[in-house]
Ligand binder design. Structure first.
Ligand code: AMP
Length: 114
């Protein structure tokens, strides 16, 4: 999608502090970090919300989930623990409508989330 901010980051049109990228995904530091480590992992493909994940996206999502622990390891949080969050729709906290996974770590996490 042309004017989606995360599509624009994926295309390199606006700056981001990228920590990993490949043909499937881009991972970059969140502008408003909620933990010492707060990285967003996004598919390059524009999928608005988790509700829009289709059968055809299964392999892509599998590859992304295979990559997330490796990104956590590169960020130094794999062995101490981390949280992966997807907010689906505004009532759950979604503000950018391009599928993304928050990768959070570097502090103890509370539960339940707010
Ligand atoms: P969500 O509220 O779950 O949709 O998460 C969107 C996240 O994107 C928020 O944590 C924002 O801080 C983050 N964000 C928005 N714009 C940017 C940007 N240009 N670069 C990095 N992170 C961003």
């Amino acid at each position: 999608m042309t004017d989606c901010i995360f599509c624009r980051i994926a295309r390199g049109e606006i700056p981001a502090k990228i920590v990993a990228q490949d043909d499937d995904l881009v991972a970059f530091h969140d502008l408003g970090p909620q933990a010492p480590v707060h990285v967003l992992v996004i598919p390059r493909k524009h999928i608005p919300t988790a509700n829009d994940i289709g059968q055809e996206d299964g392999a892509l999502l599998g590859r992304i989930w295979t990559r997330i622990p490796a990104i956590a390891a590169e960020l130094g949080i794999a062995s101490v623990g981390y949280r992966v969050v997807n907010n689906c729709l505004a009532p759950a906290g979604q503000s950018v409508f391009h599928l993304h996974f928050h990768l959070l770590g570097g502090r103890v996490m509370g539960w339940p989330p707010g």
